[in-house]
Design a protein around this ligand. Structure first.
Ligand code: ADP
Ligand code: MG
Length: 406
């Protein structure tokens, strides 16, 4: 595979047979087990999760594969077809490794499984080989895919597994999220790991991130595709900008609570909003809150639209979501705006918006089959003209959540 060591380029597919061969080349023997966990794209519901609101992601058909075989050396050997670094860690020395080592995403899951389930024990060593085809750092959650695939494999190896499939998948997501917090230092919500664990082919997940109640909603898009466009922008939503948004939303909650006690902005309907917005004296906090209240309503409307087959309306809501993220939440930036604004001009595009935290990463668009080539050509050239960067396009398939392959 010529793409080895490139997480950023193109989406490649390796067959399970090719992965088996890669494992044999790496370790000189066959893998005993193989698992897959997907990346995800959020269709609508952005920056709602930490405000008590819902999100609407779906799992992708690309993600992370993990092949494992036990060894007799009591060490964990880590290799990845995407990364040049390899690691060897004794099974009784599991701790975060320095320099943002990629094995932290695996080690963290093992440590957290042991902590959350005292009966689970790592009693032997393993040789591990990862392969991912989610472009890393593009906001499609290659890290969540890696965590969930590891949690799936090692809950089983370490001897803990819930017999209730739904509860088991939620627990895999929680293990992945705790790993992301403690071993990667990213204080993310539950959406990414949840979508990777609970995804279902041709369904999106309407998820309340607070209660973790969710519903699989069929995505029937006859003659329309979900197209993901990667900005390849070096910008991302850094923790400073993220924490600012969290604080501004909290300030809005405090000021609104003087006239109407609330815990989260997501509790407000758009009608409530008109009554309480005057209570927010800080103009920035007011804009942020207006986005959240609008986005929560749009997400609920989008789910209803999808259920009724009103895809054109669904697309309009996606576009309105981008406008709100651009003007009120101010997390889009020139690259995402260039992509979305070019997409809106293409006939056959039902809607287009940024997805993920913002500033860089990807947009997600609904595009009619017959318009896909024009879409790629027009959006690609407009984007390059405005930013000097080249965009990448992926026609997404909505896939299943984490699964065992052998
Ligand atoms: P994303 O938006 O893709 O989740 P992150 O920065 O959160 O971006 O995670 C990317 C990191 O996850 C990579 O830098 C690497 O450490 C790890 N990672 C993801 N996929 C793989 C893989 N296939 N092999 C090894 N490490 C991986
Ligand atoms: Mg990540």
């Amino acid at each position: 595979m010529c793409e080895i060591y490139h997480l950023h380029l193109i989406i490649t597919i390796m067959t399970t047979q090719e992965l088996q061969i890669a494992f044999e080349e790496a370790y000189g023997r066959k893998a005993e087990k193989m698992y897959f966990a997907p990346g995800r794209v959020n269709l609508i519901g952005e920056h709602t999760d930490y405000n008590g609101g819902c999100v609407f992601p779906c799992a992708l058909s690309f993600g992370a594969w993990l092949l494992i075989a036990p060894n007799t050396d009591k060490v964990l050997r880590f290799k990845s077809l995407n990364m040049p670094q390899t690691y060897e860690i004794a099974i009784d020395k599991i701790a975060p490794q320095p320099d943002r080592a990629w094995c932290n995403y695996s080690l963290g899951c093992m440590a957290i499984i042991a902590r959350r389930h005292p009966e689970a024990k790592l009693e032997q060593g393993y040789d591990l080989l990862y392969y991912g085809n989610v472009p890393a750092g593009a906001g499609l959650s290659s890290s969540a895919a890696m965590e969930v695939v590891t949690a799936r494999a090692f809950t089983e190896e370490m001897g803990w597994k819930d017999t209730d499939d739904k509860a088991y998948r939620t627990e895999l997501a929680l293990i992945g999220q705790a790993c992301e917090h403690e071993y990667a230092g990213v204080m993310c919500g539950i959406m990414d790991q949840f979508a990777s664990a609970q995804g279902k082919k041709d369904h999106a997940i309407y998820l309340n991130c607070d209660t973790m109640e969710f519903e699989h909603v069929p995505v029937k898009l006859e003659g329309i595709k979900v197209v993901i466009t990667n900005t390849h922008s070096p910008h991302h939503l850094d923790s400073g900008a993220y924490n600012d948004r969290v604080r501004q939303c909290q300030l809005a909650v405090e000021q609104i609570s003087k006239v109407k006690p609330i815990k989260n902005l997501a509790e407000l309907t758009e009608e409530d909003w008109r009554e309480v917005e005057g209570a927010i004296s800080d103009p920035i906090a007011k804009k942020r809150a207006r986005h959240v209240v609008g986005e929560v309503a749009r997400t609920a409307d989008a789910v209803e639209a999808l259920k009724k087959g009103e895809i054109a309306y669904f697309g309009e809501l996606m576009t309105a979501s981008h406008v709100s993220l651009r003007d009120d939440y101010e997390v889009t930036g020139p690259e995402l705006d260039a992509l979305a604004e070019a997409a809106w001009q293409v006939e056959g595009v039902l809607g287009s918006r940024m997805t993920g935290g913002g500033f860089g990463g990807c947009t997600v668009s609904l595009v009619k089959d017959e318009a896909i080539e024009t879409f790629k050509a027009f959006v690609g050239s407009e984007y390059e003209k405005k930013t000097g960067l080249k965009a990448d396009f992926y026609v997404a398939e909505i896939g299943d959540g984490v699964k065992a392959l052998i």
